[in-house]
Write a protein that binds this ligand. Sequence first.
Ligand code: ADP
Length: 604
Amino acid sequence: MSFQDEAQCDVPRLSEKHSGIPDFLLEKARAAKAGIFETRTKQKTARSRLPALPPGVEEKIFNDAIDELSKELGADNVEKNDKPLRDGWYMDHPNTHDLMTVLDEEELVPSAIVYPSSTEEVQTIVRWANKYLIPISPISMGRNFGYGGAAPRVRGSVLIDLGRRMNKILDISPEDYTCLIEPGVSFFALYEEIKAKGYDHLWVDVPDVGGGSIIGNTVDRGVGYTPYGDHWACHAGLEVVLPTGEVIRTGMGALPGNNTWQTFPYGFGPYSDGIFSQSNFGIVTKMGLTLMPNPGGFESFMYTFQKEEDLHQLIEIIRPLRISNILENVAQLRHVTQSIAARGRPRTDFYKGEGVIPKDVVHKAAAEFPVGDHSWAYYGMSYGPAHIRQHKLAIIDAEFKRVPGARRVDPATLPADEYFWSRDRVAAGIPEIDELRWVNWMPNGAHIAFSPVSPIRGADATKLFELARRRHDEFGIDLFPAFCVGLREMHLIVELVFDRANAAQRKAVMDCLRCLIDDAAACGYGEYRTHLVLMDQVAGTYNWNDGALIKFHEKLKDALDPNGIMAPGRCGIWPKQYRNRGWEMTKESGENSQGDGVAPPEKK
Ligand code: ADP
């Protein structure tokens, strides 16, 4: 497909494709696509680094192995990744590489992509991988943008795209408020199905953009914005194919004939689910999820705060309100620069100079928009019938207004396309696509996150904000911070937005992130989630007692995956075949993600 054809083809619909857009978001998705392609200059380029082979596997053996797998799964379900790389965009994303690449785009690419249709076929692939010692890397949808997208950590791995053919909603229980799903079910799809069935008493919690798979988001411990926002905490029961090919069901799923798999997550004995999130210990083929009851009413609210220094006092106010559930959802405190970028316009509309966008330019722009000038904007939602909301909103109002200059923004004054309304829908469990807009800040816009966790304390918020500002200034990157406040902790999410066609910008972003991670660790802060290329560094900061936790993960890895075939390196966990061979990515690795081969198979 040519660049022009790509720009013009329509958005895939959910009725035609598991990863498509629901009809109610179609026009918005078309507009989002137009905005993205308006400033895109990056074209499809010929491949210069072919073939991408699994480490330690000769081309002839690889080709024979692929032929064998094609016979098992059908030729249409096994594809070599040897064509030019087409970026597409969020709704039409590639599984051949990371669309938002921060390295040379041919670095983290699979050798082939396979599409199983059942748990049995996933087992077949895993056994095949063990036979040929070929690393495999599972994705559900591959929309984990900012964290590596569909890319494998080891170049030449075989990607298992589970979602294309395993995308059924197996069950929705309107009595238990639970569901059971396959990997290819997106938040869009589950939301639509619940609506189609007329289950108005059930809500789905959705992340900022609803196109990702629920299983992928949950195992990577992604969040949403209703009171059920901690997706991992809300899952109930897994079916997992282990790295040696056996299948297990966790929790009550292990008891034949049970009807409690989705209602009691623990079952009996050790709670094993944890080892299947942010790891490389298995492939999740089914997952149960609890659904939120419709709270019988909801109301979004927004406050703005004038000074950056208000952050300290504000976070101190938020903590007791959040812990006591007066503030009920994972609310967001966003910086004004992000408010400007959320309008979806390129940075050059506001500022054409070099270096970071000056503060006065940002404030002048903010003053002209409906929300008005501010330094921080708080987006929250109150749930329940009106009289209950009123009680909570009155407390919130009195508390927030203790900050001098705090202002409640009256939603009635905001136009329909204001970002506030997209936060309103997301907090009410209605999937959205607006969040993509701020990526247009840069041409060929891509993003990668720095996301440290801290207690909900003013001193921590200020320290992290200043740390981020210092490094962004040093590397000439605009700062987009947002604090997402959980129940007893907050994630600071800083999205670094860059032009992925600009090698110097990619390098600045990587250098900045590496410094941020080390700076944060030196103050006792760690990331809750990270991009593939930063996983070794982040895992390395969790090193108490001479790296005891990392050693424990390695022990599990070697026991569960003796041939080291399952997503080697994911979350900084390397199988023994790869250890001490320079595979870990560090400050010095530059664009190179590869080490010095793998250890030969042990003699039996
Ligand atoms: P999204 O939900 O955003 O589309 P992905 O499918 O890209 O997310 O999944 C994010 C990451 O989670 C993947 O890179 C992979 O490491 C892991 N993952 C996703 N699905 C599975 C699965 N079914 N089993 C095991 N790991 C998975």
